[in-house]
Design a protein around this ligand. Structure first.
Ligand code: NAP
Length: 267
C-alpha cells in the first residue's frame, strides 16, 4: 500500500540543516512541502530565496503559516529559543513537531510532554538524527553484553567546543546500563604523560580527537582474549542527519506522546 502523503512545514529552511531538510521534503514522494517559517522573506517562494524548486511560501508568522497551509508535521531546525516556541505553537495547533534544534532543558521537555498528552498527538525531539550514530550506540550496547572491555574514540572538527562529545557520553550511559563494573587495564598502570589514557566515565576510557577536515566520527572498540570488535560511525556532512529526520516524520504520525531521542523509535 502506498504511503499517505504527509504535509510538512520547515522552520529554518535557509540554515545548514534546513537546506538539507528542504531537499529531503522535495525528494520524498510521500512528503509534500507546503510552507516554511523564517524570520525574513515573508510571502516569498522558497525557490526565490534559496536553491530549491519549491513554490511553497515562506511565513514570518508561524500561526498564519499553520492556518493557511494545514500541515501535519513541523520540522524545526532553528535556534534553541525559537525552536521551543515553535514546538509549543505547533502542538497547540494540532501540528506534530519533529525537532532537530538542540538546547531543550529537562523542564522544557516536561512542559512539552504535558502538552502532547493534553493534545493527544505525537512529537519527536532528537539531538542526534544520524541514524547510523544511533545504531552505533545500540550495537555497542548489544556488544557490551558479551565484551566487558571497551574504549571509545570520538573524532570531531577542530571548532567543537566540548569534549568528550555528547554522543560519546550517551554511548557510555547505554553501555553502562548492561556492563558489569570492571577495572580495565593493568592495576599498576601509570600515565607518564597526564591524559595519555584519556578521560574516564563509569570505568570506560574516552579519547577525543580534534582535527580540521573531520565532521563527526566515533569508534567503539571492544576487546577480549584473542579478538576485538570495532563499531564505527562517520558523519561526512549534514545530509547524514536526514535519514533520521525522514524516519521521525513518518513515525511521529503514528504516536500520541513525546519521544526524546531517535534511539527510542528504532526497534
Ligand atoms: P544554522 O545554519 O545556523 O540554521 C539555523 C537557521 O534558523 C538559520 O537559517 C536562521 O536564520 C534560522 N532562524 C533564526 N531565527 C529564526 C526564526 N525566528 N524563524 C525561523 N528561522 C529562524 O544552524 P544549523 O547547523 O542548521 O542547525 C540548526 C539547529 O539544528 C541547531 O540547533 C543545531 O544545534 C541543530 N542540529 C541538530 C542536529 C541533529 O541531528 N538533531 C544536527 C546538526 C545540528 P538566520 O541565519 O537568518 O538567523
Amino acid at each position: 500500500m502506498p504511503n499517505e502523503t504527509i504535509k510538512v512545514v520547515i522552520a529554518g529552511p535557509r540554515g545548514r540543516m534546513g537546506q538539507e531538510a528542504v531537499k529531503l521534503a522535495e525528494s520524498t514522494p510521500h512528503f509534500e512541502l507546503v510552507g516554511a517559517v523564517d524570520h525574513t522573506y515573508n510571502q516569498k517562494k522558497l525557490s526565490e530565496v534559496m536553491s530549491s524548486d519549491s513554490e511553497a511560501l515562506i511565513y514570518t508568522d508561524i500561526t498564519q503559516c499553520f492556518q493557511e497551509t494545514q500541515p501535519a508535521v513541523l520540522i524545526d531546525l532553528t535556534t534553541p529559543e525559537i525552536g521551543k516556541v515553535h514546538t509549543k505553537v505547533a502542538l497547540e495547533h494540532g501540528v506534530r513537531p519533529v525537532v532537530g534544534t538542540t538546547g531543550f532543558t529537562e523542564s522544557d521537555l516536561e512542559d512539552l510532554k504535558t502538552l502532547t498528552e493534553d493534545k493527544g498527538i505525537g512529537a519527536i525531539i532528537a539531538p542526534n538524527f544520524a541514524l547510523g550514530a544511533v545504531l552505533m550506540m545500540k550495537f555497542s550496547q548489544m556488544a557490551a553484553n558479551y565484551f566487558e572491555d571497551v574504549e571509545i574514540i570520538e573524532l570531531h572538527h577542530d571548532q567543537k567546543l566540548d569534549a568528550p562529545s555528547g554522543t560519546a557520553l550517551k554511548t557510555v550511559e547505554m553501555i553502562s546500563a548492561v556492563r558489569s563494573d570492571k577495572q580495565q587495564g593493568h592495576p599498576d598502570e601509570k600515565e607518564i604523560l597526564p591524559g595519555a589514557r584519556g578521560a574516564e566515565q563509569n570505568g570506560i576510557r574516552l579519547h577525543s580527537v580534534r582535527l580540521p577536515g573531520l565532521i563527526a566520527h566515533q569508534e567503539v572498540m571492544f576487546g577480549m582474549d584473542g579478538q576485538s570488535l570495532k563499531i564505527r560511525h562517520d558523519s561526512y556532512n549534514r545530509a547524514s542527519f536526514m535519514s533520521g529526520v525522514k524516519l521521525a516524520v513518518e513515525q511521529v504520525m503514528k504516536i500520541d506522546q513525546l519521544v526524546y531521542g531517535l534511539e527510542n523509535i528504532i526497534d
